[in-house]
Design a protein around this ligand. Structure first.
Ligand code: HEM
Ligand code: HEM
Length: 125
């Protein structure tokens, strides 16, 4: 149950950041941060809120160790990926400097989602 709340709290904080970037883009007319804005809102707020609500609906899933693994893999992977994307899109780092941290963050998110899917099949009833 704790990860349900943690996912929703972190997702809501990311929504604040995501819409702030959206408002900034609207105000300045510079839309170069659109992919960052999109993924803060989608990978952050939307997915984390859906995960939080699924764990709230299926307490057996929330009680599984897979939920803990999923929470940390998704959260750390997402925060790392978003930080790298922010640095890339603001021109602070080059695309080649994304290696190897970007693939690591993507694998972290992917493996977290594999945990979620296995957990859903095993305990989502
Ligand atoms: C106050 C709230 C928001 C503002 C002011 C805002 C503003 C913007 C702006 C200015 C763009 C760039 C558009 C372009 O260059 O074509 C954009 C793109 C986008 N926004 Fe938002 N946005 C907001 C909330 C959201 C939310 C809540 C989501 C998702 C849950 C979202 C998802 C997206 C996506 C996916 C794109 C990229 C679209 C594309 O490039 O194809 N936005 N937004
Ligand atoms: C590991 C996770 C993910 C990675 C590595 C990833 C990567 C990418 C890349 C490389 C693009 C093209 C960007 C561009 O052309 O500038 C993209 C676009 C997009 N992705 Fe993702 N994505 C991920 C997860 C997601 C998720 C979970 C969603 C939705 C729930 C999503 C929604 C979108 C949308 C709407 C666009 C088009 C918006 C835009 O270009 O600004 N992505 N993604």
């Amino acid at each position: 149950m704790q990860h349900s709340r943690n996912f929703m709290l972190l997702g809501s904080l990311l929504l604040l950041v995501g819409i702030s970037v959206g408002i900034m883009m609207g105000a300045t007319g510079d839309h170069s941060l659109a992919p960052l804005h999109a993924h803060i809102n989608l990978l952050g707020f939307v997915l984390m809120t859906v995960f939080g609500l699924v764990y709230r609906s299926f307490p057996n899933m929330a009680a599984s160790g897979l939920a803990t693994l999923h929470f940390w893999l998704h959260s750390l992977g997402t925060l790392l990926l978003l930080a790298l994307l922010a640095l890339l899109l603001t021109g602070s780092i080059s695309e080649s400097a994304m290696f190897p941290l970007a693939p690591i963050s993507e694998v972290s998110i992917f493996v977290g989602i594999v945990c979620f899917v296995i957990n859903l099949f095993q305990n989502g009833k």
